[in-house]
Design a protein around this ligand. Structure first.
Ligand SMILES: Cc1cc2nc3c(=O)[nH]c(=O)nc-3n(C[C@H](O)[C@H](O)[C@H](O)COP(=O)(O)OP(=O)(O)OC[C@H]3O[C@@H](n4cnc5c(N)ncnc54)[C@H](O)[C@@H]3O)c2cc1C
Length: 266
């Protein structure tokens, strides 16, 4: 069943990324890491993470990519109505009273914002490491700072925070063994490095994967992962590190619109 979503506000978060504050006809009730399918009648339907949820209000953060996201960027304004179904999939395991390290790259920061809020509410100590390409792609830092003062930023060109990747940041942060749990979302090559590093250090780790999600219900197989046949839309999008290391597809393959296995886009 679809929920009616009224657009209350739209803001520019960085180059080609906008935030959409929506009020739903009833509470969504998602857990951090779960996603929704956003339907724009006459245009299409796409999977999106929940960036924040409070009562009937939901924040979606949308990067301009192709047909649907470009339509939304160009046409959706306060007062516009869209529809969504969810919450879908399996989210992050939210621990209480723990010490969590969050590692996000680019738009991967989106589901990690909601996670950070809920972890902080559950009295976990949260450190956030965010990596971006350059100054124009830095986003959501102020929002993370609402929940923890320990937010570190890296940019590849050094224009904001430290110069380097979020992996460099992670290497520095984990060296003192201060964490029990690592959560990550971003480009898969980055997540693979995070997962391997965390497992190597004996830390629990979870990562949120992206694939072409069509039905969102586990039927069509467009987001299935070889060789275990796990589906991102119902078995994920969040997977445990130990499961990811058993997947040939992790960091290497995905399925194109026809379902063919092709190299992951860079
Ligand atoms: C569980 C999940 C959560 C997501 N959360 C967010 C989010 O919070 N914010 C956000 O901006 N995006 C998110 N995405 C990605 C988003 O769904 C795609 O960017 C979107 O579907 C593209 O639709 P489009 O019609 O604009 O692009 P299309 O016209 O379909 O495609 C344009 C280009 O984008 C690529 N593309 C299409 N779908 C995806 C995809 N799923 N992942 C990566 N590239 C894709 C295509 O290969 C093509 O090169 C998420 C994806 C998943 C699976």
């Amino acid at each position: 069943m679809y929920l009616r979503a009224l657009t209350e506000d739209v803001c520019e978060l960085c180059r080609d990324v906008k935030g959409y504050f929506l009020t739903l006809e009833r509470k969504l009730g998602s857990k951090p890491g779960q996603f929704i399918m956003l339907w724009v009648p006459g245009v299409g339907e796409i999977p999106l993470s929940v960036a924040d949820e409070e009562d009937e209000r939901v924040l979606l953060v949308i990067a301009r990519k192709g047909k649907v996201t470009t339509f939304i960027h160009d046409n959706v304004r306060p007062g516009s109505v869209m529809y969504l179904r969810g919450p879908l999939g399996r989210g992050f395991q939210v621990n209480s009273n723990g010490r969590a390290l969050i590692v996000g790259g680019g738009c991967g920061a989106v589901p990690l914002l909601f996670l950070t809020k809920v972890l902080a509410r559950n009295r976990s100590q949260v450190t956030v490491a965010l990596g971006f390409k350059d100054r124009d792609s830095v986003m959501l830092v102020e929002e993370f700072l609402k929940y923890t003062k320990d937010v570190y930023v890296a940019t590849e060109d050094g224009s904001v925070g430290v110069r380097g990747t979020v992996i460099d940041l992670m290497e520095k942060l984990v060296s003192d063994g201060a964490y029990d749990f690592v959560y990550t979302c971003g480009k898969e090559a980055m997540m693979k490095a995070v997962v391997l590093k965390a497992l190597d250090m004996g830390l629990e780790v979870e990562a949120s994967l992206e694939r072409l999600v069509k039905c969102g219900l586990g039927i069509c197989g467009s987001c299935s992962l070889e060789p275990l046949g796990l589906r991102v839309c119902v078995d994920g999008p969040v997977f445990k590190g130990r499961v990811l290391t058993q997947l040939d597809d992790f960091g290497r393959w995905w399925r194109d619109a026809s379902g063919r296995r092709v190299p992951l886009p860079a």
